[in-house]
Write a protein that binds this ligand. Structure first.
Ligand SMILES: [Zn+2]
Length: 174
């Protein structure tokens, strides 16, 4: 009967749960009539107030009745999974381009984690998996310098196969 208390009595009813566990562990649940009465009562209570579990990790929730996740990490993990699912239903070409742009962004973050401009060779970027063809926005300065961005990270082509990496928060504005 272990599964019985494990599945039915582990939530909400802290005090009762402790009692039932003792009963199961040391005396067995059929030993006394009052225990059976308590179990029946608990089953009723459980039916009226079913346990709620985190939608991501399945852990029991003890918070507000509208709580869905145990914490922000679980919420984010769940939502990321959902997003990935919905991307999976996109046209495969579009999903591929989105992945390329995300990878470009990741690579630029790796080379300038704090966002300070940095000069790097074009080949090093390509070796890292960078794809110059895809970006999310373009910015041309008054001096006719062209910057391509993937979200808030961008690049400008310099001479001699060098690339200037830059950060611009404004590029996130739509
Ligand atoms: Zn969780």
């Amino acid at each position: 009967m272990y599964w019985f208390h494990n599945t039915l009595f582990s939530a909400n009813l802290q005090t009762h749960t402790a009692t039932i566990r003792l009963t199961f562990a040391y005396t067995g649940y059929t030993r006394s009539g009052s225990d059976i009465q308590l179990i029946i009562k608990l089953i009723q209570l459980y039916k009226d107030h079913p346990e709620k579990n985190c939608r991501n990790c399945g852990k029991e929730l003890h918070g507000r009745s509208d709580q869905v996740f145990c914490n922000d990490t679980c919420r984010n993990t769940y939502n990321r999974g959902k997003r990935r699912e919905s991307q999976g239903s996109l046209d495969p070409y579009i999903a591929k381009v989105i992945r390329v742009i995300q990878r470009n962004h990741q690579i630029m973050i790796r080379y300038m984690p704090g966002g300070e401009p940095r000069v790097i060779s074009r080949y090093e970027l390509i070796d890292a998996g960078f794809h110059f063809k895809y970006f999310t926005s373009i910015s041309i300065t008054r001096k006719q310098e062209i910057y391509h961005y993937c979200f808030d990270r961008g690049w400008k082509e310099l001479e001699n196969g060098k690339i200037l990496l830059v950060f611009s928060f404004e590029q996130l504005e739509i």
